[in-house]
Design a protein around this ligand. Sequence first.
Ligand SMILES: NC(=O)CC[C@H](N)C(=O)O
Length: 396
Amino acid sequence: MTTNDTSPAWPDQKPTALLVLADGTVLEGFGLGAEGSAVGEVCFNTAMTGYEEILTDPSYAGQLITFTFPHIGNVGANDEDIETVNMAATPGARGAILRASITEPSNYRASRHLDAWLAARGIIGLSGIDTRALTALIREKGMPNAVIAYNKNGVFDIDALKKEAAAWPGLVGMDLVPMVTSAQRYDWDETVWQWGKGFGHQDKPEFHVVAVDYGIKRNILRLLANEGCKVTVVTAKTSAEDILAMKPDGIFLSNGPGDPAATGEYAVPVLKKIIDSGVPTFGICLGHQMLGLAVGGKTMKMHQGHHGANHPVMDLTTGKVEITSMNHGFAVDKTTLPDNVEQTHYSLFDNSNCGIALKDKPVFSVQYHPEASPGPRDSHYLFSRFAELMREHKRA
Ligand SMILES: NC(=O)CC[C@H](N)C(=O)O
């Protein structure tokens, strides 16, 4: 295998890694990163940049990511683009499935080869896969459960791997938030990265926001800090009473992994009280889905999900289209939303729900990732909308 090889496994090269699908299909390639095996749901991500942010987004816990962009790893990895806050927890994705093997990193910010970076984070990589065929399969049949396995000597018990893939129960009904939420409360004041300056700090906060951590990303916290927030991040199972006792100007509900309906079992009763309190509240992705459940709506599993950085969304409040970053395999079923909730955003790819707002409370949420990281910045305005709601609420 040469470093710029873009072909799937050659017949004369022994595969050192496998992807074994629950239906028994075995895809062979070359191992990268950590040796071992991991089980999860295979999804495809179409973003052309930002593999490090994608791989460290805690919302991907329980998933193996196929990158449709063929050259992953070319710009190496660094310590600044990690999105996971809780480093002690199992990081986001469990596996990375690539077309080409990784070239030597070529970027001034690179501090590590992606191969070594994956190994250090315990993520199993597999290159040499026909990712177009795998993506076509996902589009046709939906996201399969699978085991990714890497052994330097190419020794595998394929029957055992097939059994493990088939036995994994899948993401439906799975609450993965306890795996990724922070172990304790902490404060955040770091602002976004700027060219030549790095990260900054919010020294004169206008608002105090309590963020419920279901698997939060760093760039969400940074954008909140940029809007004038001092953020207190609390663990996923914090009670409404404890949150409201902090007298926050606003409450933020984060993204996160797994099935919203499963997490909703403990989150929904908390969110109902938060909604009733009248404190301005903003939710992203899993936070959006749980808000949907808390107002009486339902969530459903999607066929292939939305994972990428080019998803067009209509903002019905302005009539503008924004290009968004997305990562979700579940969605709020808009037909189940009650009359006091309006749909504010929808996907121009498949009309699925992408945003809601309560008509009688300062509460809103979006299904996509306005913080990007990676992706376009079209949706940063939502953080300003949240700040404006808090400003109005404070004035009143
Ligand atoms: N990014 C997220 O918060 C993902 C939410 C949820 N786990 C889903 O897959 O739909």
